[in-house]
Design a protein around this ligand. Structure first.
Ligand code: OAD
Length: 245
């Protein structure tokens, strides 16, 4: 793989690095993406994923929402981190300032050893009470989910994931914006870059002078903005970059 001199120089000298990942970073682990070619789960029981994963479905048919999330948790329980997750966990140790922001709810970055992960869309192995807001961790392999009712107030639990029609959790995105605005090098990896506000992070980094690098087998709406685009699978490209240095 050809790395430009400019990229090599930036990668070697960068003190602060920020990374945004999307579903593509988990594709090599066997986790279906949402959009694009390959192994996607765009429709479930005849419903598009943005309908079943919506705030409206939580109020109209919570049981069905859980059925869909338990199905996804079942698929995920058989998946393990891939070289892309592992490389990013290593980069956290290598760079003096490193921020990993993920849109993924699969928890695979943490399972690969990343310590600080900003999960802007929540986590599929956590539930939240609709009554009192308390959160519960669920075991990766516990399908169907337990507990079913809140231990504190007996309210109904919902997945602690940002659904279509909902705001991001307070404070979480702001922290990501702060880091994106001050980093020298920004990687945008495995995301179709269609879902905002997450997709605005590379734009913020670029506006503030960062060198922005995309890793994706396909072109995205952000490709034009990027200083460099590596076309290929995240696991292979990230390992390749690390090998060169
Ligand atoms: P998408 O499914 O929209 O996009 C996946 C991207 O990964 C595409 O651009 C693919 O080309 C790329 N890709 C596929 N295989 C890859 C590989 N091996 N290496 C690198 N890239 C690869 O996923 P996101 O952009 O993450 O929201 O979707 C954003 C949000 O939309 C998700 O977080 C989810 C969904 O609604 C919530 O769950 C709230």
């Amino acid at each position: 793989m050809e790395l430009s001199k400019e990229f090599e120089q930036k990668f070697r000298s960068a003190k602060s690095v920020c990374v945004l990942t999307g579903a593509g970073v988990s594709a090599e682990s066997g986790v279906p993406t949402f959009r694009g070619g390959g192994d996607t789960t765009a429709v479930w029981k005849g419903m598009p994923f943005d309908q079943i994963s919506s705030a409206r479905m939580v109020s109209e048919n919570l049981a069905e929402v859980w059925e869909w999330f338990d199905y996804r948790r079942g698929v995920l329980s058989k998946c393990t981190p891939n070289p892309a997750h592992e490389t990013l966990a290593k980069w956290e140790q290598d760079f003096s300032e490193f921020t990993l922001v993920t849109q993924n709810v699969d928890g695979l970055h943490a399972r690969a050893g990343s310590k600080n992960v900003i999960e802007v869309h929540g986590n599929i192995n956590r539930s939240r009470c609709l009554g009192c807001g308390v959160r519960f961790d669920m075991d990766v392999g516990s399908v169907p989910h337990t507990p079913v009712k809140c231990n504190e107030c007996s309210g109904n639990l919902r997945p602690d994931v940002v659904l279509f029609g909902e705001m991001l959790p307070a404070g979480v995105f702001e922290e990501a914006v702060e880091k994106a605005a001050v980093c020298e090098l920004f990687f945008v990896i495995g995301t179709s870059a269609l879902v905002y506000p997450a997709a605005s992070l590379p734009e913020i980094a670029k506006r503030n002078g960062a060198y922005v690098v995309e890793v994706n087998p396909e072109k995205t709406p952000l490709s034009e903005l990027c200083d460099e685009s590596f076309r290929g699978r995240a696991g292979e490209i990230l390992q390749e970059i690390t090998r060169v240095f």
